[in-house]
Design a protein around this ligand. Structure first.
Ligand code: ADP
Length: 487
């Protein structure tokens, strides 16, 4: 269906289905332009059917025994492991993902599934002390019902996986809307879980044509049977969804964009800092929300850092993502390529200097470093989803912290210093949901409290933290004795 065949159908109520309207679209390989799959172009009708199927499946799934749920997750992990090469190939073909980033996604996914397998055995609540004699009071976590998951294309396997794994393991049923840029990767999840023995209707996948995400999104937000929504994507789309969710009083978990700072302090091991910055800025051709977008270097080491960094970045090979030697694969589509080019050109026209890259090589954009970028240029203040990083010299660490925090975003940050104590003193003053000292900002492990602050969103993915968003806390009391009432 997905990796083996070129037809992607929707997965609704345990069946593979074309869209009700009969339309399809083509998912294209960003490197070759070849058709990866012909995909069902679903709409509100399919979404409603998927929500209904998920709603019907909820009572028995939420009451299933922990060992039944655990077994499905462990089997799913084994299936991913068995199909590793095939999944890596699909990631490369559908999303331009290089082998090294594919490996990162695969390892994360195996760990995510195996950790999620323990969730059904998590404690469900606490006993609460009560001042009512004879009352037993509890705070009990219960699954919420149907959870909608909207995922992006960039880390198509992991970001879709984390959007569904904990909600499912906690006893919810799910309607997944993968990105129009990675529908086969989204449908792959339904295939894996179906083979692992997931009952029909527990995980449903609705796919749609480019430009039609809102048809699905509006239904997911407005339909009263959907009790929670999690979204990973751009701040622009997240804001729109959160506004709509507010109208429907629907709780949403938002994982949005980043404009992530990396602070490089005097005394650091410069070679290490250069390697860390190159990975942090350019992994998956800079198409990761956690990528370093702004590097602040203390003046005393700025020239040396800039020279070594530019030399390293200039040598990063770009091209075919299926070639294991490739570091920078293609960007996802023509629109993305032209946005990156336009923003770099605007910066250069505004006085920026190009230290590396700076010229598109379609369908790739080579790794690019700019400096002297004016603060009011889009590249300086907005997330640019591609392999471009802005290097800025700062006078001292106070200046670095002030600049790092002068952004509406707050996803990740990193500080590179002579030692971890010095780095931590700076890191703890940076306003971001995630900060790494003596590491670059692109890190994820399934158990970590992953999430942003400010315009980068709210809520935390993370296997042990997901219950906060994907269960309802219910206060329950029980009594056997009669109690006295005032009248
Ligand atoms: P990205 O730049 O990562 O593609 P988007 O926010 O555009 O960021 O996309 C992330 C996810 O949000 C994708 O699944 C996309 O289809 C979806 N999306 C885009 N617009 C809407 C919308 N109006 N309603 C619901 N989902 C949307």
């Amino acid at each position: 269906m997905t990796t083996s065949q070129t037809r992607v159908r929707q997965h609704i109520g345990g069946h593979w289905a074309d869209s009700r309207n009969g339309r399809t679209f083509e998912s294209l390989d960003p490197w070759s332009g070849d058709v990866v799959a012909t995909v069902a172009a679903g709409d509100q009708d399919d979404t409603r059917a998927a929500i209904d199927a998920a709603h019907r499946a909820f009572p028995s799934w939420s009451e299933s025994l922990p060992f039944e749920r655990q077994r499905i997750f462990l089997r799913a992990a084994d299936i991913v492991e068995r199909r590793r090469a095939e999944v890596l190939s699909l990631l490369a073909r559908e999303t331009g993902c290089t082998w090294h980033f594919g490996d990162i996604q695969l390892d994360f996914t195996l760990s995510l599934l195996r950790q999620s397998a323990a969730l059904p055995y998590g404690a469900l609540g606490q006993m609460m002390p009560s001042d009512q004699p004879g009352t037993r009071a509890m705070a009990v976590r219960r699954p919420v019902g149907v959870v909608a998951a909207i995922a992006p294309w960039n880390a198509a396997l992991t970001l879709t996986g984390r959007a569904i794994a904990a909600p499912l393991a906690l006893g919810n049923t799910v309607v997944l809307k993968p990105s129009e840029e990675a529908p086969a990767c989204g449908a792959l999840w339904a295939e894996i879980f179906a083979e692992a023995g997931m009952p029909p209707g527990v995980l449903n996948v609705v796919t749609h044509a480019p430009g039609e995400a809102a048809l699905i999104g509006e239904e997911l937000v407005a339909n009263p049977l959907v009790r929670r929504l999690n979204f990973t994507g751009s701040t622009v789309t997240g804001r729109r969804l959160a506004e709509a969710a507010g109208r429907h009083l629907k709780r949403v978990l938002m994982q949005l964009g980043g404009q992530n700072p990396m602070i490089v302090l005097e005394g650091v091991d410069l070679d290490y800092a250069v390697d860390a910055a190159a990975f942090g800025a350019f992994v998956h051709q800079g198409q990761v929300c956690m990528c370093a977008r702004r590097i602040y270097v203390e003046r005393a080491i700025a020239d040396e850092f800039a020279e070594r960094f530019a030399a390293k970045v200039t040598g990063l090979p770009f091209g075919d993502p299926s070639d294991p030697a490739t570091v920078i694969g293609p960007v996802i589509n023509q629109w993305a390529l032209s946005t990156i080019s336009r923003r770099v050109d605007e910066a250069v026209a505004g006085g920026a200097r190009v230290l590396a890259g700076g010229t598109p090589k379609p369908p790739c954009y080579p790794a690019t470093v700019l400096t002297d970028v004016p603060d009011d240029i889009e590249l300086a203040f907005d997330e640019t989803f591609g392999p471009v990083v802005v290097l800025t010299v700062v006078e001292d660490r106070e200046d670095a912290i002030a600049r790092a925090n002068a952004s509406p975003f707050g996803l990740t940050a990193s500080v590179l210093a002579a030692n971890s104590v010095e780095g931590f003193e700076v890191a703890r003053r940076v306003s971001a949901g995630i900060v790494h000292v003596n590491d670059q900002p692109v890190n994820d492990e399934p158990q970590m409290p992953f999430g942003g602050s400010k315009d980068s969103g709210w809520g935390r993915f993370g296997v042990g933290f997901a219950a906060e968003d994907f269960t309802e806390l219910q206060w329950v009391t029980t009594r056997d004795e009669r109690r006295e009432f005032p009248f």
